[in-house]
Design a binder for this molecule. Structure first.
Ligand code: NAD
Length: 244
């Protein structure tokens, strides 16, 4: 750990309202690939075909093949790792006030975090675009074994309840996240490239409203320059050393 880590550790337990802001990097040690960075999905799959709402509406088959062959196998047995569990301990100690996540993998809730704001939805929910009926991931995985795209009994196409590129975030989630960023005294980024708008504005809002900004991410991010602490290391390592 670098000097920055020890400076952070000195003040960490004086924090009153910590917001943890998580991205795909926090789940990489649970076996779910990130989007960007080493081993990132978008190095291999073009997001304009596999995660774009306009493309999906024209041709949902590519997304659902990707779901069957790539997404579901990594999501289905994923379990929370040390970093998710550390955030639960910090919530129980009264330090973590909110977890704002860009992840759709449900691992914070599975670990036991109570105050989770999901910005990009949750892959456990899959919805019929015609009648709104809900399905779970396992049911739909069975369906895509025989039919792509999967359809509801009403004939409607199914879509996971996650925010694709070209879709707006739910206003209620974004409002709650913005408020949390405004009232916290430390905003801790864990495993996010901070490249996806509007989520990437939250660390800036936190900083501008008086919070300390901490970035823990393996690769550099565009906001490293405005952060009070930057640690290029794994989220689980940093959190367990902070707690240890
Ligand atoms: P990202 O893949 O852009 O960045 C992950 C970062 O984590 C990388 O910079 C990497 O250096 C870092 N990292 C990897 N392992 C780490 C570890 N163990 N500890 C610390 N850092 C680690 O992920 P992001 O920032 O979450 O991306 C933004 C969001 O875009 C995604 O979360 C996703 O919700 C959204 N998105 C969703 C879809 C979709 O599902 N349809 C499509 C595109 C984007």
């Amino acid at each position: 750990m670098n000097d920055e880590f020890f400076r952070l550790k000195d003040i960490f337990f004086d924090v009153k309202k910590l917001v943890a802001f998580t991205g795909a990097g926090i789940s990489s040690e649970s076996g779910i690939p990130t989007y960007r960075g080493e081993g990132g999905l978008w190095n291999k799959y073009d997001p304009s075909r596999y995660a774009n709402i306009n493309y999906f509406m024209q041709d949902p088959t590519e997304y659902w093949s990707f779901y069957r062959d790539v997404r579901y196998p990594s999501l289905k047995n994923a379990k929370p790792n040390i970093a998710h569990k550390a955030l639960v301990k910090l919530e129980k100690k009264g330090i973590v006030y909110r977890v704002i996540t860009q992840n759709i993998d449900n691992l914070h809730q599975m670990a036991g975090s109570r105050n989770v704001i999901e910005l990009h939805g949750n892959h456990s929910n899959i919805i019929c675009l015609n009648c709104g009926r809900r399905f779970n991931m396992d049911e739909v995985y069975t369906m895509v074994g025989t039919e792509i795209p999967p359809r509801c009994s009403c004939g409607g196409i199914l879509k996971p309840d996650v925010v694709f590129f070209g879709e707006s975030l739910q206003t209620s989630a974004l409002d709650k996240a913005t408020l949390a960023a405004q009232v916290c005294d430390m905003f801790l980024v864990l495993g996010s490239s901070l490249l996806v708008y509007p989520a990437s504005q939250l660390p800036i809002i936190a900083k501008e409203t008086g919070s300390k900004l901490v970035i823990v991410n393996i690769d550099p991010t565009p906001l490293d320059g405005i952060a009070d602490f930057v640690i290029h290391d794994s989220a689980s390592k940093v959190l367990s050393e902070l707690l240890g």
